[in-house]
Design a protein around this ligand. Structure first.
Ligand SMILES: *Cc1c(COP(=O)(O)O)cnc(C)c1O
Length: 366
């Protein structure tokens, strides 16, 4: 009856869910038993090992916990497992969300608040840590998807480590798309999800944790379901998730990891994203759009553009682009009227060239 697989009617230029390959989507098409080794060992444990290998050369020091839900569930599971006082560096919606979580979970915290267009200053972080010895953990968003800003992770990591504090990084929209080594940087917990740069479909998140720090989370969880330590222990012993595993999504993620390897790994994917983003900015600038952030703060993941004139009708622009095959992303910053265009996912330089053509047509150019 329903035996056809619909093609995608448009390309998602959003930072997740994003456009996935047909082969990733095809991997969703069979069912799995969660009691058997062909799922628990050959897929779940395999994914965990490969994620550690993507994250660091020091594979023995780290482990990966997979967690049901969207990326925020994994952030909440992580923050909820910590014992101490957090310094949350916030220059966008995701930093703000981390603070909301700390409030709801009643975790002692302070916030280093910046404008959405402002990068955190490592010297200021040094001062904040010196002034408050009670701070045990620092929470940083790597790519602030709100604007597309790439926060200065190596510089912040360096001062956090020098001050002997634990570093928690929300690298949701960058992990797998920007090369990094957690052990080298000194990251203790890093959070990402299935539907961003690994290019899987949405349904779970993952936490890459230094084992020695994760071990300290025993009995600390502020939630039954989002219990990072217990999930780790259960998964480590059998590959079995504590509660229902999103089997199809996990199998598709396994396929997405294969495709990341086939592409040439994180370095090759990063190069493609950089090329996409460069073409995007060149083309959009020529079409009369200005980029919100200076180039040195801009990530290769997603770019914010200012409305070209005060009465720019984004809804109409969005609808016309969508009808021609491209879904853009509204802006959500308070200081300026912006919209965003993501360039991660199954998106290639030729797609960006086509998008630029479409944008020029909509704007009545050439
Ligand atoms: C996508 C994203 C998240 C998680 O968002 P969900 O909607 O819960 O998946 C968290 N932080 C950043 C920086 C993100 O880009």
């Amino acid at each position: 009856m329903y035996d056809f697989i619909p093609e995608n009617p448009y390309l998602l230029l959003t930072p997740g869910p994003l456009s996935t390959s047909k082969t990733v989507r095809n991997a969703l098409l069979r069912d799995w038993c969660t009691w058997d080794d062909d799922y628990n060992q050959e897929i779940v444990q395999n994914i965990r090992r490969r994620l550690v290998a993507l994250a660091t050369k020091k594979v023995d020091e780290y482990t990966v916990v997979l967690m049901q839900g969207s990326g925020s569930f994994s952030v909440e599971a992580t923050l909820g497992a910590l014992d101490g006082k957090l310094l949350i560096i916030a220059n966008g919606a995701y930093g703000e969300r981390a603070q909301e979580m700390a409030e709801v979970l009643k975790i002692d915290h302070v916030r280093y608040t910046l404008l959405e267009t402002e990068a955190p200053d490592p010297a200021k972080v040094v001062d904040l840590l010196n002034d408050d010895p009670e701070i045990t953990h620092v929470v940083l968003i790597h790519c602030e998807t709100t604007t597309g800003m790439l926060n200065p992770l190596p510089e912040i990591a360096k001062v956090v480590k020098a001050a002997g504090r634990i570093l928690v990084v929300d690298a949701m929209s960058s992990f797998g798309g920007i090369p990094m080594d957690l052990a080298e940087l000194g990251i203790d917990f890093l959070i990402s999800s299935s539907n961003k740069c690994i290019q899987g479909v949405p349904g779970f998140g993952f936490i890459i944790a230094r084992k020695s720090e994760l071990a300290k989370c025993e009995g600390k969880a502020r939630s039954l379901c989002l219990n990072l330590y217990d999930q780790w222990k259960a998964m480590d012993s059998s590959g079995k998730w504590r509660f229902t595993s999103p089997t199809h999504v996990v199998r598709a993620f396994f396929q997405a990891l294969n495709e990341l390897e086939e592409e040439g790994g994180v370095a090759a994917r990063h190069a493609r994203y950089c090329e996409n983003q460069k073409l995007l900015v060149e083309g959009m600038t020529k079409a009369g759009f200005e980029v919100l952030l200076p180039e040195n703060l801009q990530s290769p993941i997603i770019t914010s553009f200012l409305y070209p004139e005060a009465d720019f009708d984004f809804t109409s622009f969005y609808e016309q682009a969508k009808a021609r095959g491209f879904v853009l992303y509204p802006g959500k910053i308070s200081q300026a009227d912006t919209f965003r265009i993501g360039n991660i996912g199954e998106v290639y330089p030729d797609d960006i060239r086509e998008l630029v053509k479409v944008v020029r047509e909509i704007r009545g150019l050439n």
